[in-house]
Design a binder for this molecule. Sequence first.
Ligand code: NAD
Length: 507
Amino acid sequence: MMSETMTMEAAGIATCRLFVGGEWVDAAAERFGEVHNPSTGEVIARAPLCDAEDVDRVVQAAAKAFPEWADTPAVERARVMLRYIELLEKHCDELARILSREHGKTHAEAMASIRRGIEMVEFAAGVPSMLMGECIENIARNVDCETQRHPLGVCVGITPFNFPAMVPMWMYPIAIVCGNTFVLKPSEKVPLSAMRQAELLAEAGLPAGVFSIVHGGRECVDALLAHELVEAISFVGSTAIAKHIYATGTANGKRVQAAGGAKNHIFIMPDADIEQSVSALMGSAFGCAGERCMAGAIALPVGDAGDAVVKTLVDASRKMTVGRTDVEGSVDMGPLITREHLEHVRGCVERGVADGAELALDGRTATVADAPNGFFLGPTVFDRVTPTMTLATDEIFGPVLSVMRIDTLEEGIELTHRSPYGNGAVIYTRSGRAAREFKRRVSAGMVGINVGVPAPMAWFPFTGWCKSFFGDLHIQGREGVHFYTHQKMTMSRWFTPRDGKTDSWGI
Ligand code: NAD
């Protein structure tokens, strides 16, 4: 990281600065959150926990930059994103290393998440064509009617710890090309890669104040929700906070899209290719150490598929390597985000055992020799989980997969309708009829058919249902463009000469 973004304290721990009006500045806040390297447990930086004073400074600067940016032609705004894509490609590996160090993703996972982020920027570079309005000429005699899309003003993004580069990129590229200015409040657990994104955006030629960063937790978020100059809020995080953001933001008159938690169901039909399905299932459940809102959390082998699925799954998962992601070398799975979260996930495993589920593979025994203080948990598999156990009902957000054996597809579909969440659901099958039935009737906003993780690409919305999303217009795709713009309808009437007379210039 460039030194400008951080202030070095005597103790050697760097403190993150705010990005305000194109300058890196120290926060006024005097409370700080610690940023860890989860592979070793070491503190690697501090993020200020900003309050209303810092928030006002950042939002005022973003509001000041808005009129000029909104007036900049859309194609010029889009060109900044084209230059940004080049810079992201050039610095992809560097950004991935920051992600692996502050978050614990493996290098491959970090690179893949940045690639998905780059796709968002590619989409945003094409947004001008989506700003086109509609027009009916002569809708009434001498009357033309048209619609146009206008930017909102200062938009805010509040993001979770699990995808520190990709999730902010779901938001700000679209918001900015639509002509808004954007304030990002990254998770206080992982602020570093967001700060690098701010530097690269500036290098791409984004004018001062169009993109800003403020750090903090609850107090900072509450000040953003209350600020009169904030027009719209995009949130991604847990369901409890998403609900709070939606309720408070909309009560304060702001436009809000708030994505929440999940508990995703993965069906394996008896006719599915077991090796392929289990391999995809493992990628879904244990990729990013299970810290994904689209992670497979409940595997539902149907009919007589159960024994083969559990045996293949446990045998293969046992061979997964768990280790540090902050050093060279390749491992299958990295650490969890914090010690507190590790303890939470271990607690979920203990509760599962106490509830009577069969612990087929216990990740609590995983150790990493060169990192005894890292936040590691190995892949964990429970068999014979029943619908009322907390393993089946609560989001765990770790590498814990619950197998729930069911007799029929119908029984499984019924379970998805009883789940409070509705992010993703997947089926593995060779039967077109089963796949079609599943697609039509399962209760989830994002459906996969023989696909590991059906997270939509940039051109499609991230369509969570139930308590996985609060709002109307989803994040990403065309809905993202609609979220970040007002629509204006103009009706105009120009009289044609009734008496055949024309004026001096012949009209
Ligand atoms: P979180 O809800 O704890 O935090 C998300 C953001 O909210 C952070 O920026 C945090 O600083 C802020 N925040 C935390 N507590 C707050 C409070 N009391 N008041 C106001 N703001 C607060 O989520 P997390 O632990 O960072 O991320 C994991 C969660 O995010 C999981 O539940 C996961 O399913 C969800 N997630 C959802 C999606 C999706 O698209 N639906 C994508 C990624 C992650």
